[in-house]
Design a protein around this ligand. Structure first.
Ligand SMILES: Cc1cc2nc3c(=O)[nH]c(=O)nc-3n(C[C@H](O)[C@H](O)[C@H](O)COP(=O)(O)O)c2cc1C
Ligand SMILES: [Fe+2]
Ligand SMILES: [Fe+2]
Length: 394
């Protein structure tokens, strides 16, 4: 049998996760340039053994083999489920069937989901509340409620003696590389992509989760995607900024164009913003990576959306992007809409309607007939100056 690399991250605490470097898409939505990992951990006390989280469907056997390198499967007493999403919990049933005396440990909502999703019977569950502990013999697991990070049932598990905080998706990053944070060069950027997509819609609760994590003063933060943080300060500081809702003098530009008219408006806007010293990140929606967009939405103060009119409304990619923008609930304050049309128009009207219900200020919406003349581009530049003034006015 394969001999696995299972780092002992602390005395009798082992990483038994999976590195899925083949995966290229998550949530049928977000590209994964470096794959991802599903981190599971085995904690061996003198009396009891606990498995913390499990792995994505398809990797059950590999998880079993890894655990067996460290312990007999039947000796597992507890399977801790911090989060019921299948990438961490779909293998729980498989493991529990092979570990007949094991009990599932979850929050109340988590227990319901474990029954619903994975057919775990009620009589094999222990429901825990905030502050409850389990003694494994020299290793105490303390459960910390951390709801809505990013499902209603989520919790953290703290290993008291070793000061390791298992946070499941929170503090996660999609990469299959590295066991520890200092081994992955672009980790903060990857974690920011992850935060933007998964945690930003729950920013206030993420702030609470961060506070709880900091209070516990862990030596190691062990999430269930990406490397473990043996320097938790770095990821704490990053999350302080991201959960604060503070924005930078930065504008994200999302646009689509068929014949470059909208693109030429976008270009005039971008040059104006740049000449005003604003940071600008530009994404053409036909080839943009949604993870990058989510990352830049975390701290952009303004957004420019550009779309031509297609069959009386917005281009479908722009509708898609506007919807993604709305559901991710970024802290963006100011918006500008740009559009080109051939005869009757309609895109700009639809876009304004989509943006209006948010708390953002729509600084301006400009609709140009055809490819645009010098006059039109002057109007774009004027609008760019207005947007820049708003962005810098804070
Ligand atoms: C498939 C298609 C559908 C279109 N539908 C409309 C429309 O319903 N109303 C309109 O005013 N223009 C319509 N147009 C014209 C475009 O809005 C116009 O050519 C615009 O200048 C294109 O901007 P772009 O160069 O940024 O792609 C359509 C163009 C295409 C290719
Ligand atoms: Fe999740
Ligand atoms: Fe996950």
């Amino acid at each position: 049998m394969n001999k696995y690399a299972l780092p002992e991250i602390s005395d009798n605490v082992f990483w038994v996760g999976i590195k899925d470097w083949n995966r290229r898409l998550f949530d049928a939505l977000i590209p994964l340039p470096q794959g991802t990992s599903y981190n599971a951990y085995l904690v061996k006390g003198t009396q009891k053994i606990a498995l913390i989280d499990s792995v994505n469907p398809g990797f059950e056997k590999e998880l079993k083999n890894k655990i067996e390198q460290l312990s007999e499967l039947k000796d597992i007493d507890y399977v801790i489920m911090n989060h019921a999403e299948p990438d961490h919990s779909a293998s729980i049933k498989y493991i529990m069937d092979l570990a007949p005396r094991s009990m599932l440990v979850a929050s109340e909502k988590g227990a319901k989901m474990a029954g619903l999703y994975f057919d775990i019977p009620q009589d094999r569950m222990i429901i825990v509340k905030d502050g409850d502990v389990l003694d494994l013999g020299g290793k105490t697991l303390k459960f910390v409620e951390a709801p809505w990070l990013h499902w209603p049932e989520t919790m953290f598990t703290f290993l008291v003696e070793d000061r390791i905080l298992f946070t499941c998706d929170f503090f996660g990053a999609h990469t299959a590389f590295g066991f520890y944070d200092d081994e992955v060069d672009d980790l903060i950027s990857l974690a920011k992509r992850y935060f933007g997509e998964i945690m930003m819609p729950f920013r206030k609760l993420a702030k609470k989760g961060l506070e709880k994590a900091k209070e516990l003063d862990p030596l190691i933060v062990a999430p269930s995607h990406g490397p473990m943080y043996r320097n938790p300060d770095r990821i704490f500081k990053a999350h302080e900024a991201w959960t604060s809702g503070e924005t930078k003098e930065k504008v994200i530009v999302l646009y689509v164009t068929m014949w470059n008219s909208t693109e030429n408006m976008v270009k005039a806007m971008v040059e104006t913003l740049l000449s005003e010293g604003i940071e600008v990140c530009v994404y053409n929606l036909t080839n943009a990576d949604l993870g990058d967009i989510a990352k830049d939405l975390v701290d952009s103060r303004g957004i420019v959306l550009g779309t031509p009119t297609v069959l009386g409304g917005m281009h479908p990619f722009a509708i898609y992007a506007s919807n993604v923008f709305k559901i991710l609930r970024p802290p963006t304050k100011y918006a500008v809409a740009l559009s080109s049309y051939g005869w009757g128009g309609g895109a700009i009207n639809q876009l304004q309607k989509l943006l209006e219900p948010s708390s953002m200020e729509i600084v301006g919406a400009l609709e140009v007939n055809g490819p645009g003349r010098e006059d039109d581009f002057n109007k774009v530049r004027e609008l760019g100056m207005e947007l820049a003034a708003k962005i810098k006015g804070e």
